[in-house]
Design a protein around this ligand. Structure first.
Ligand SMILES: Cc1cc2nc3c(=O)[nH]c(=O)nc-3n(C[C@H](O)[C@H](O)[C@H](O)COP(=O)(O)O)c2cc1C
Length: 359
């Protein structure tokens, strides 16, 4: 059974203060490229209405030259709190993009300094900024000057085991004007492998005065509580644990606010959510949305008899109706008493999901 210490409980009863902006939840839904579009965020927000959500990362250079807002930057006027995440290595382009983000409705602007993907780092963005702290500082300073909403940073603990630079880096970000920092407890070299090293998050928390958010391996309510207890972080951000499971931030938020655990959604409820996700992606993006939905659908299809077959079929759907029919049939079979696989549901949910990597 999960329990909260009295100290943690007291802290969690106050809002998260990101500069002048207050958030009434200590659980954040991370930016996930190819995932956290408006459709996904709407699903997450149904269960975690007070949580901060992030767009997928937006390329500031692209924005400078194309002069048109990409769909991934779109924000619904009613969805709040919302942060738009930007990546690049040019302070001027990032400042320009931040202004557009605020016009679009961002409550905060987040700067990606953690992405490990080669095509981003070779251009000086994402986690390569950990190796160019002066550039990262200049970016934060320029963006802070350009907008009147809080500017935040999301990063990793370092480039590699030989270069764990997060303590110096985080302090620099704070001094340059960042109002919150999210630390993913892995190095760039780790990618998504091995455990997140929360002990580094604890060390960052000790030396900063701005809020520090713990990220990495928050796959359950229990993990979220452990991370908060072990690091003293001001909040937790969930990521891969939400793939095919938009309930997670809500489950954690509910526990942190009430001390009680919500019952896990049944496979039928998960499949109903998958169907809604598929239909909404189609409405929002047309056939491209259906193609994008394939991966989501396979993430949802876990933990019941016939799930592997369903996954295989859903990964090949050509149109929305085909997907809806497959899901409807699976729901009908489950409703008719097909047995659930009595295994560890969390392990099942995560199998496959953890191999997902940023595009
Ligand atoms: C598919 C995928 C896409 C991601 N996209 C982004 C992104 O756009 N911006 C970002 O800052 N981090 C991105 N990340 C990193 C996550 O936000 C998070 O930091 C990381 O997955 C660690 O948390 P976890 O161990 O709980 O998954 C992505 C990760 C994955 C798996």
């Amino acid at each position: 059974m999960v329990t909260l210490s009295p100290d943690l409980k007291a802290k969690l009863s106050t809002p998260l203060k990101i500069g002048s902006f207050e958030v009434k939840s200590r659980v954040l839904q991370s930016p996930l490229s190819g995932v956290t579009d408006m459709v996904f965020r709407r699903l997450v927000r149904r269960y975690a209405p007070e949580s901060m959500m992030y767009t997928e990362m937006v390329n500031a250079t692209g924005l400078h030259y194309v002069k048109q807002l990409p769909k991934i930057m779109e924000v619904d006027r009613n969805e709040r709190p919302i942060s738009i995440q930007l990546f690049d290595c040019r302070p001027d382009f990032l400042a320009e993009a931040a202004v557009k983000a605020v016009e679009e409705g961002a409550d905060t602007v987040d700067l990606n300094m953690g992405c490990p993907v080669n095509k981003i780092t070779k251009n000086g963005g994402g986690s390569s900024l950990l190796r160019q702290p002066e550039v990262a500082e200049a970016i934060v300073r320029e963006v802070v000057k350009a907008v009147d909403v809080p500017v935040t940073v999301k990063t990793r603990i370092g480039w590699s085991d030989k270069e764990i630079t997060i303590l110096d880096f985080a302090k620099r970000m704070q001094d340059a004007g960042a109002q919150m920092i999210t630390v993913h407890g892995r190095t760039r070299a780790q990618g998504y492998n091995g455990n997140a090293r929360w002990e580094w998050i604890a060390r960052v928390k000790e030396i900063l005065s701005i809020p520090v958010i713990g990220n990495g391996d928050i796959f359950s309510v229990e993990a979220a509580v452990k991370c908060l207890e072990q690091t003293g972080a001001d909040g937790v951000m969930c990521s891969r644990g939400t793939l095919g499971y938009p309930f997670l931030a809500g489950e954690i938020d509910y526990f942190l606010k009430t001390g009680e655990e919500l019952p896990a959604p049944t496979p039928i409820q998960r499949l109903e959510c998958a169907r809604e996700h598929l239909q909404a992606l189609y409405e929002y993006k047309g056939d491209r949305g259906v193609r994008q939905a394939r991966k989501h659908m396979t993430w949802y299809s876990k933990g019941f008899a016939g799930a592997a077959d369903l996954r295989g079929q859903l990964s090949l759907i050509e149109n929305v109706q085909q997907g809806v029919d497959l899901i409807d049939r699976a729901i009908e079979q489950l409703a008719n008493g097909y047995e659930l696989i009595e295994e560890n549901q969390l392990a099942i949910r995560l199998s496959g999901v953890c191999e997902a990597i940023a595009q």
